[in-house]
Design a protein around this ligand. Structure first.
Ligand SMILES: O=C(O)CNC(=O)[C@H](CS)NC(=O)CCC(=O)C(=O)O
Length: 274
């Protein structure tokens, strides 16, 4: 069994203030017995990109959260921050796993960049972010965590490629417009089809630049049951139980069967009815 904290935030444009709040959250999660604290996308800064917001491993976000992890002896998934990609105008949107010693052990750079043109929202993340192409699974205390971020959720083949992971992490800053219709069904589908836990810490409220978010940080078990749905800006504490994983996988497809399937040939296209 592993106890984890799924944290909901409403981060603003003051990085120092966000980090101070996060330090308190990590301390409270550790006091509640969490071994791992999952933070949402854009956790230490939410707003417009500016050059001084692009960080490296020695930047304020990873330094301060790393120190908090070490102080409280917990692992932390920093859901999303702008990390240097070599192109100052287009950083990565990265999710970073920090171990209980405060050390960065893995970095996943968001592969699928958000693009939405609707009546209420117009966003093109690819215009200011470099896409990654490396998928990452982190093994921690005997449980494996597959990394992804937000809009990746819409690409089931990414999660299929991660399958075998016990937990899929989807830290997010999901829009209210799309979240109302898509958030919960997509998260539950990823859990059901891959027979694994899905943990999705999210932002709630309205960001300074006017992006209205859905909130509803969710924890879903390998049978698709919602274990927690966070309201407000605190956290849900959830137990990950290897027995629940084993039971779901014994009942339906085994981990081997949910591994990416290679189909034998091109789709056969048939015209019916003349
Ligand atoms: O800009 C940042 O600070 C970090 N990046 C984000 O918050 C991104 C781009 S705005 N948000 C999403 O991917 C939401 C996806 C979504 O809402 C959907 O798929 O419907």
């Amino acid at each position: 069994m592993m106890r984890v904290a799924v944290v909901q935030l409403s981060s603003g444009p003051d990085r120092d203030a966000n980090l101070t709040h996060i330090e308190g959250v990590i301390e409270r999660a550790a006091a509640a017995g969490a071994a791992l604290v999952l933070l949402p996308e854009a956790c230490s800064y939410r707003g417009e990109l500016a050059p001084d917001l692009v960080e490296d491993r020695n930047g304020p976000t990873l330094t301060r959260i790393g120190a908090a992890a070490r102080r409280n002896e917990v692992a932390v998934l920093v859901g999303g921050l702008w990390l240097d990609s070599g192109d100052p105008a287009r950083p990565y949107n990265a999710s970073v796993f920090i171990d209980p010693a405060g050390k960065v052990v893995a970095e996943y750079n968001k592969v699928h960049l958000f693009r939405l043109q609707s009546v209420d929202v117009s966003e093109d993340e690819g215009s200011y972010t470099t896409a990654g192409d490396q998928l990452v699974i982190v093994e921690f205390n005997g449980i494996s965590f597959g990394l992804s971020i937000c809009y990746d959720l819409r690409f089931p083949e990414l999660y299929r490629a991660l399958s075998g992971a016990d937990v899929l992490c989807v830290p997010s800053n999901f829009s209210a417009v799309t979240g109302t219709a898509h958030w919960e069904p997509l998260l539950r589908a990823r859990a059901i089809e891959n027979l694994c836990y899905v943990l999705a810490p999210a932002q709630e409220g309205v960001s300074e630049d006017g992006f209205v978010t859905h909130g509803h940080s969710l924890a879903v078990d390998p049978w698709g049951r919602v274990l927690a749905d966070v309201d407000g800006t605190e956290m849900a504490i959830v137990e990950l139980d290897p027995a629940v994983l084993a039971e779901a996988r014994a009942a339906l497809n085994s981990p081997a069967e949910v591994a990416p399937h290679v189909y034998s040939r091109d789709v056969l296209r048939v015209v019916a009815g003349g």
